[in-house]
Design a protein around this ligand. Structure first.
Ligand code: AMP
Length: 582
């Protein structure tokens, strides 16, 4: 382990041993640096930097509450609106969960805290899975750089970080060299970028030690695409030329072209392996170790809304370990995965107490509306669920992130957070409150019935909708399968199993009293979720940050339309009481 990593481990250990004090000092620093911000001045903080004054003066807010301030900056107000020094960049959140992207202030302090998380996380990973001098195949896609009305730059947080000078210098020391040139990462067309990422990876397939993406969805998407593209990719390697029909952006083509030379031997080798995988009827199973024999692990965010992709990822990866990346958001990073050997399903994230000030709103039982005050990291209790509230160095004070986490334990004084679900992702018709996690579990239970089919059938992706277009509202679950040859009986059983697996007490009561109708499973044409991804990318979202919206409502107008246009079958669960007796 290099000196940089050792230092990162020591820094983390020390910070976690004194997490409370470090939090207090961190808040003090944030408030000192930004004491002259109009927002804090208006709240009467008056230069005070202690926790008690902060809590009594500054309210807990949502993004919506900050919109008047954020909009002024977006419009070009360069005064100290939210921060001491003016903001000159924005991050755009993926926006797939709420239907529309949010602008979030970004500055060099956020880039610095990102580097601290990356360093710490890499140190823990490298201790468990040391990487040698090999290379990394990273499916990373920068987003378009937009200009706000006031002339400020805005792109995704990933792009902001990757473009920062700090990133370039820091990452050189702590990570295997990424194989794809910058022209591939920052290209304006994601299909072309993906093709080139794959091509670069294949050219150096023996040297690849790490395969990663920001979210697991991009990894699955990459290997699904590889299955369709492998013949063309092999042809490019054979002749030593980047396909002009696939890659039309000259700067990207030129950059990748420099890595190529005619290599029929490698092309044959890869082609034969791919053909073998196709013919073995194992549905591309084990493709990753077959093509990249020296890969040590796959890396990316695999928790929360990414969990449904784990089956497919494991199918591609076989014995190659899946290592879950850290926990953060466009609003800033929060926790680091200090147990990279844990399977993603049990991954938790240790709060890094020196990069932001964190509070936690205890979650009330689902049907109690009243909320309680947030508490600090020293007061959270193991096993309890909380909504995360963030104060960062880029103008967010007591900001509700909208994520719910469970305290899995502590490392020294710092809590280990297990991601649960996004709070606003609720299916609700009347008194019911079904969360993303409830849905995931119900789908996992129901998908077991797909195994009754002779072919290997699985749910590729899913979303949901509360249909209240008739008097009796009901839940609609949209599924895309890898193969549509499933019997009606099996799909009916899946619908019934989902209905019975939804545990929210409000839902169960409403179903029993028939104030919510039978759950409907709508089967989608293959490729529907690709269309949804393309819809978001067309609106400027970055593939790297893409998360399939798990619940679509009126704010997702076009997505709902794409879904409706691609339904190929409807299957209903029985009347609820009847189902229970069976
Ligand atoms: P974005 O809004 O595009 O910046 O995405 C940030 C959101 O992604 C967070 O608020 C979480 O809901 C989700 N997220 C980020 N990291 C993780 C993680 N390690 N596990 C689960 N969800 C995550």
């Amino acid at each position: 382990m290099n000196g940089e990593s050792l230092h990162a481990l020591e820094r983390f250990e020390l910070a976690s041993q004194h997490a409370n004090e470090v939090q207090i000092a961190c808040l003090e620093r944030i408030l000192k640096e930004n004491g002259n911000a109009e927002y804090l001045q208006n709240l009467g903080l008056d230069g005070r930097t202690d926790v008690a004054s902060f809590k009594s003066c500054v309210p807990v807010v949502t993004h919506q509450d900050l919109m008047p301030y954020i909009n002024r900056i977006v419009d070009g107000d360069m005064s100290s609106v939210l921060t001491g020094k003016s903001i000159s960049r924005f991050s755009i959140s993926s926006g797939t969960t709420q239907g529309k992207p949010k602008f979030v202030p970004f500055n060099n302090e956020l880039a610095k805290s990102t580097m601290e998380i990356f360093r710490t996380s890499f140190a823990f990973r490298n201790r468990r899975f040391p990487l040698g001098k090999g290379r990394a195949l990273q499916f990373i896609y920068g987003s378009k750089q937009l200009e706000t009305r006031g002339g400020l730059k805005a792109s995704t947080a990933t792009t902001n970080v990757y473009k920062s000078d700090l990133f370039k210098t820091t990452m050189k020391d702590i990570q295997s060299q990424s194989i794809s040139p910058g022209q591939v990462v920052f290209a304006s067309d994601f299909h072309q970028s993906l093709y080139c990422h794959l091509l670069c990876g294949l050219v150096f397939s023996d040297e690849i030690q790490l395969i990663s993406s920001t979210f697991a969805h991009s990894l699955v998407n990459a290997f699904r695409s590889f299955e369709l593209l492998y013949q063309e990719l092999c042809e490019d390697i054979r002749v030593g030329h980047v396909s002009t029909s696939r890659v039309t952006i000259p700067s990207m083509r030129d950059a990748v072209q420099e890595l190529l030379y005619p290599n029929p031997e490698l092309a044959d080798q890869i082609y034969d392996k791919c053909k073998g995988l196709k013919e073995s009827n194992k549905d591309w199973g084990g493709v990753i170790p077959a093509i990249f024999p020296n890969v040590r692990y796959l890396y990316g965010i695999m928790t929360g809304s990414m969990e449904p992709y784990l089956n497919r990822l494991r199918h591609y990866a076989r014995d190659v370990p899946l290592v879950c990346a850290d926990y953060g958001a466009s609003e800033g990073w929060i926790g680091v995965n200090i147990s990279p050997e844990s399977p993603p399903e049990t991954a938790s994230f240790a709060v890094l107490p020196n990069i932001g000030f964190y509070e936690f709103i205890p979650l009330r039982p689902r049907n109690e509306e009243e909320e309680v005050d947030p508490i600090g990291i020293n007061d959270v209790r193991i096993g309890e669920e909380y909504e995360v509230v963030v104060t960062n160095f880029a103008g967010l004070y007591r900001y509700r992130l909208g994520d719910v986490v469970k305290i899995a334990g502590f490392h020294n004084q710092t809590p280990l957070l297990k991601f649960q679900f996004r709070r606003n992702l609720l299916l609700s018709i009347n008194v019911d409150k079904t969360t993303e996690k409830d849905l995931q579990l119900a789908i996992a239970n129901a998908a077991v019935h797909l195994l009754e089919s002779p072919n290997q059938i699985e749910v590729i992706d899913f979303t949901s909708h509360a249909d209240v277009s008739s008097n009796l509202g009901h839940y609609v679950l949209f599924w895309e399968l890898n193969d549509d040859a499933v019997s009606k009986e099996i799909l009916n059983r899946c619908a019934k199993a989902m209905d019975l697996s939804l545990v929210d007490i409000g839902y169960v009561r409403s179903r029993k009293s028939n104030t919510i109708g039978a759950l409907e499973l709508r089967l989608l044409r293959k490729g529907t979720f690709k269309k949804i991804l393309e819809h978001y990318v067309g609106m400027g979202a970055a593939v790297s940050q893409f998360k399939t919206p798990r619940c679509v409502g009126r704010s997702h107008g076009r997505v709902l339309q794409i879904l409706s246009e691609n339904v190929i079958g409807n299957y209903f669960s029985n009347a609820y009481n009847q189902s229970i007796k069976k």
